[in-house]
Design a protein around this ligand. Sequence first.
Ligand code: GSH
Length: 217
Amino acid sequence: MQFYTYWRSLAALRVRIALNLKGVEVEPIVVDLAAGHQARPEYAAINPQMALPALIVDAGPALFQSMAILEYLDETYPMPPLLPNDARGRARVRGLAQIAVADAHPLVVPRVRTYLEREYGLTEHQRTLWARHWMGEALGAIEGHLARDAATGQFCHGDTVTLADICLASQVIGFTFFGGTSSIYPIVTGIFERSMQMDAFARAHPRLQPDAPKATS
Ligand SMILES: N[C@@H](CCC(=O)N[C@@H](CS)C(=O)NCC(=O)O)C(=O)O
C-alpha cells in the first residue's frame, strides 16, 4: 500500500495512528503541502481533491478522506476494533469524531488559509487566530459531550481506543500548531495524554515523521 502523507497533515496523522494500531505496513510517499505539491498534476491524478491523505490499495484508484480510510482499515483489519459494537455507541463515536473532522478541521486546511490571505488580505497572525478559534471551539464542544455522558471512560468511549480518540488526538495536536493550549479542556487533555502514552499514537506524532523539520534549540 502506498500512503500519501505529509508530516503536518492532521488527516494523514489520523490514518497513521490507525495504521499503527492495526499493525499495517505502508510505503509512505511525502507530498510537501508547504510547497504546494498537492496541486502538481501527478498528485491531482491520484486525488483530484488535491488533499492528503490518499491510500493506494491493490493498485488503486486511491482511497481518499481520512474517515473513509479509517473505516476501511477497521473493516479490513478488524483487530483492534475502532468502533463500538452497538449502534448507539457507534453514533456517539462518529459524532465526537465529526466535531473535529467535519466541523473544525476543514476551516484550517492550507487551501482555506490561503484563500483568507488572497481574497481578504488576512495576515498570518489573523489566520492563526482564525484557526485557533475554530480548533478551540471544537475542543470545547468535545469536552462538553465527554463531560455529560457516562459512556466516557479512560478514552472517549469506554476504556478502549476508538475513532473518536484518533480524531481527538489530531484535534489537540492541530490546536497546538496554532498556539492553542488544550489544558483548559481537562477531560480532553486526560484522554489525549493517555492516548499519547500508547506507542501507536506516540510514533504517529507529526514532529517524529522523517519529513518534519528538524527541531531547533
Ligand atoms: N476531510 C479531509 C481533509 C483533507 C485535507 O484537507 N487535508 C489537508 C491536510 S490535513 C490537505 O491536504 N490540504 C491541502 C490544501 O488545503 O491545499 C480528510 O479528513 O481526509
